[in-house]
Design a protein around this ligand. Sequence first.
Ligand code: S3P
Length: 171
Amino acid sequence: MYNPNHIFLIGYMGSGKTTLGRKLAARLQCDFIDLDHVLEAQVGMTITEYFAAHGEEAFRVLESSVLKNTPYAEKAVISTGGGLPCFFDNMEWMKQHGQTVYIKLNAKVLAGRLENNKDDRPILRHKHGEELIAFIDEKLAEREPWYNQASIIADGLSLNAERLEMLLNHK
Ligand code: S3P
């Protein structure tokens, strides 16, 4: 069932979903849920360990099930894994159940943020510099057809929790 108080944050790794989500939830005085963490708690291992043990396909099945079966509080900000909207009917499901916000940043900015912070991100682990930017650029081109279906597209560069709250209120 659609609930406008369920706010799904989507976007590439490094776009700030978790950091912004936590701050937004504090402003709105509601729950914050990071679906990557819910999944890790459920399987008792990190995403990197899960990828190594079971592969990406199994991970995608599991993250979709975590999205659809997590019991959300009446009001909640939900941060989703970067690939989640692009598999199965996950994007459609989120749109049917709440507001969706795409935090948009270009590959260069994302790569700069991720360069020293990707050990727990198995997909990016061994990529650096120009190779990392080119890889993210390619992934964004693949993923934006889903990301762009979000009800709100927010420029990640100028975004903070206050502005995000304003965008949600003016929807
Ligand atoms: C992934 C993003 C990660 C995590 C997994 C795969 C992706 O989440 O779900 O490593 O395919 O973009 P974050 O975007 O929260 O880092």
